[in-house]
Design a protein around this ligand. Structure first.
Ligand SMILES: CC(C)(COP(=O)(O)OP(=O)(O)OC[C@H]1O[C@@H](n2cnc3c(N)ncnc32)[C@H](O)[C@@H]1OP(=O)(O)O)[C@@H](O)C(=O)NCCC(=O)NCCS
Length: 146
């Protein structure tokens, strides 16, 4: 059985650390993890956590309106390419649309661009480097016209 529900920040740490911090000397903890408006979602398969993502208010100069930023998007290595990531994004979009969010955006690793494109996200701006992590693009999805 698949279930997507709100989780705490510490519940997201193990998957974040494994898939997003491998060979990268940065903490899996993120600024804003414990802010009231931050949302952490987890996808559970038969009670086991398989995918995590975090959504927090954050403004980028690229966009107008009420913005949320996606961070810490990760699927357990044993469960990638099973639709978990896409399901978490779909669930988040529904929750954030209800909150009145206009734009959801993220700094997307180049290796994940097609994952986001498959969920209807677009690139804006030029490639840039995130120190110790590598090349990224800003990607976004409009949840409503801002
Ligand atoms: C990127 C990641 C979150 C995708 O999660 P996932 O649960 O494996 O993705 P899904 O199975 O929901 O894939 C959804 C679609 O995207 C595609 N996709 C998934 N990962 C992809 C990738 N790295 N490159 C290209 N396409 C990808 C899938 O084939 C699928 O396509 P379909 O809808 O045509 O079947 C996961 O691979 C991961 O944790 N990677 C390591 C951490 C990372 O890079 N996170 C993103 C940082 S910005």
């Amino acid at each position: 059985m698949i279930e997507i529900k709100e989780i705490s920040a510490p519940e997201a740490y193990a998957i974040r650390k494994d898939v997003l911090r491998e060979n990268i000397p940065l903490t899996e903890k993120m600024e804003g993890d414990f802010d009231e408006e931050t949302l952490h979602l987890g996808l559970f398969e038969n009670g086991e956590l398989g995918c995590v993502a975090t959504f927090m208010p954050h403004e980028s100069f690229h966009f107008k309106g009420f913005q949320y930023r996606l961070r810490g998007m990760g699927t357990h290595r044993d469960h990638q390419h099973k639709g978990f990531g896409k399901a978490v994004l779909t669930s988040a979009e529904a929750i954030l649309t209800k909150k009145g969010v206009d734009v959801l955006w993220c700094n997307a690793r180049v290796i994940a661009l097609n994952f986001y494109k498959k969920s209807g996200w677009s690139i804006v701006g030029e490639e840039f480097d995130v120190h110790l992590v590598g090349p990224h693009y800003v990607m976004f999805k409009k949840l409503k016209d801002a």
